[in-house]
Design a protein around this ligand. Structure first.
Ligand SMILES: C[S@@+](CC[C@H](N)C(=O)[O-])C[C@H]1O[C@@H](n2cnc3c(N)ncnc32)[C@H](O)[C@@H]1O
Length: 324
């Protein structure tokens, strides 16, 4: 991706995310006292801070989803995009066409990070788009707050990008991304016989939560017979990643640390939103230890929302169906 495209993409997604985050926060705050709002935000941010320890955070907590998007959203889009473009296309001839004409099942999709990455990767081959080779996707998650926030930020991004016939668009370099995102069909079943890719980005957990996820992945593999199964995890959770049956699938790659991420830079509007929360909503909240206040304030105020946060480490596995 060239520097100008990267800069416009950052501006468009930063705008869409910050707008969606503020709308979601306004909705959550409605009818609640500042004290209650502060306590819910503190609790959710502390749970996110323990992401890589057990048990996993409660993704049904509706205050968690916006904080998750503001912190993990950009880097997880970047990670999935990097894998789609750099890894899959270089591994195997059958995959070299990239996501064009593919049906993606993105399981444990969170706030649609995989869907953004898939549209970005598809847009880079967009001159080959035809009505018969459009990619399609089904983004699925058990958490309604995460899924609905993803849907909101996706729809807002389409608004921000505008239409091809708009007289003035500030995003002249994002024409093919806008087209790919608008033409990406959202459907539950692969009903046009396209090859299926199954992904689960950062959906690896120990204990019962992980077991349920892996069992569901098994069902999806049996039912949809994906040609590609791609999963990622935080470095410390690698052993909980899903593996499809090895009589049918060949493991092509397993990295202990992913390749460096494709997009660089940071998102000023999302960063400002996080800092505003710390300054305006958490200043006087009671009921927490002083160190918890300090920690949350530090996390929200000191770090920029970044495409590529420092020390971002992940593991990934890529499996290809032997008979594909
Ligand atoms: C760490 S987030 C990853 C989200 C997204 N894929 C990303 O890369 O940012 C884990 C997601 O798994 C979802 N999840 C947990 N258990 C699940 C299950 N049994 N079925 C579907 N989704 C599940 C959570 O709701 C959460 O959105």
């Amino acid at each position: 991706m060239d520097a100008e495209t990267q800069s416009q993409l950052t501006h468009a997604l930063d705008t869409a995310m910050a707008r969606t985050l503020q709308e979601r926060l306004d909705y959550l705050c409605s009818g609640k006292s500042t004290k209650e709002v502060g306590q819910r935000l503190m609790k959710a941010q502390l749970a996110l801070d323990r992401m890589s320890s057990d048990p996993p955070p409660n993704y049904e907590d509706e205050w968690l989803a916006p904080l998750y998007l503001a912190w993990y959203g950009p880097s997880h889009i970047n990670m999935a995009y990097t894998l789609f473009t750099q890894v899959i296309s270089q591994q195997d001839d059958t995959l070299s066409k990239g996501p064009l004409g593919v049906h993606l099942e993105d399981y444990a999709c969170g706030p649609f990070t995989g869907q953004f990455a898939f549209a970005l990767a598809a847009s880079e081959a967009s001159e080959q788009f035809s009505e018969t080779r459009l990619p399609s996707i089904y983004s699925d998650d058990s958490s309604d707050p995460m899924w609905s926030l993803g849907k909101n930020v996706w729809d807002t991004t389409l608004d921000v990008l505008g239409f091809p016939w708009d007289v003035q668009t500030p995003y002249s370099y994002l024409g093919s991304f806008r087209d790919a995102a608008r033409r990406l069909k959202f459907r539950r079943r692969n009903n046009y016989s396209a090859p299926v890719w199954l992904t689960a980005f950062h959906g690896a957990y120990p204990g019962d939560v992980g077991q349920v996820l892996r069992e569901k992945m098994d069902v999806l593999v049996q039912r949809n017979k994906p040609t590609v199964v791609l999963t990622t995890s935080h470095r410390t959770r690698g052993e909980n990643m899903y593996a499809p049956p090895l009589d049918t699938y060949e493991g092509l790659h397993r990295a202990s640390k992913g390749p460096s991420l494709a997009i660089t830079g940071w998102l000023p509007q999302v960063t400002a939103w996080r800092r505003r929360i710390a300054g305006e909503l958490l200043a006087d909240v009671g009921g927490f230890e002083p160190w918890e206040h300090e920690r949350v304030n530090y996390l929200l105020s000191e770090f920029a929302s970044s495409w590529s946060p420092p020390r971002f480490e992940y593991v990934f596995s890529l499996y290809v169906r032997k008979d594909s």
